[in-house]
Write a protein that binds this ligand. Structure first.
Ligand SMILES: [Zn+2]
Length: 211
């Protein structure tokens, strides 16, 4: 662990302690378009095995990589799309609805890992190109949390909740999927379209509404 990673880990834990008293408040993470690659696709695109850590993200073990790719759809291309690590069992391209229109890709809204109906898309990197049959989705909005936070809120994995966003725009968004895992830190994930619509940014705190 580098000094910067250690400082960020400590800062996260301090903030987590401060908010422990109020589990209804949760930190926002806005996800820009990004890709998760399987080992085989990563090797084809880059010519080596593993992505290089650029910045660790809030969820433990996950990181934004130095590597970027180009996405190719029937209507357009998008360059410098960030690769997230570590590699996953299946390649997954997460886009906003605005991105899907620009690319001409008919991606369904789906939760991460649910790729049966995901749209085809082509990806190129410095060492090659891959054509993926089921990879492109608009990620469904969701909230990560550990079992203790879930219990404090009376929530279980796969529940759905509404969230209140304050501020100049503000608003209420519904149907956030609750995702509970031992390793998760509480964090709400939105894409850029959703974040812009309610004027939210990464690091904001918002309130989970109890029905
Ligand atoms: Zn997430």
């Amino acid at each position: 662990m580098t000094e910067a990673q250690m400082i960020s880990e400590i800062a996260e834990r301090v903030v987590a302690k401060l908010y422990e008293a109020d589990p209804q408040r949760v930190i926002v993470g806005i996800s820009n378009r990004h890709v998760h690659l399987c080992d085989a696709d990563f090797r084809t695109l880059f010519g080596y095995d593993e992505p290089t850590v650029r910045t660790m993200v809030r969820q433990r073990g996950e990181f934004a990589a130095e590597e970027t790719v180009t996405l190719h759809g029937p209507r357009g291309t998008m360059e410098r799309v960030r690769v997230m690590g570590p590699n996953r069992p299946a390649t997954q391209v997460e886009l906003s609805r605005t991105d899907t229109r620009a690319l001409g890709v008919k991606a369904p809204m789906a939760q991460s890992g649910h790729l049966d109906d995901a749209a085809p898309i082509e990806i190129s990197g410095p060492a090659g190109r891959v054509s993926c049959e089921h990879a492109a989705i608009v990620a469904g909005r969701h909230i990560h949390m550990g079992p203790a936070d879930a219990a404090a809120l009376g929530l279980a994995d796969q529940d759905r909740v509404s969230v209140l966003f304050e501020g100049e725009r503000g608003g209420r968004l519904d149907h956030f999927l609750i995702r509970v895992k031992d390793s998760y830190l509480a964090e709400l994930h939105l894409d850029t379209d959703e974040g812009n619509a309610v004027g939210a940014k990464t690091g904001d705190h918002v309130r989970i509404l109890k029905d």
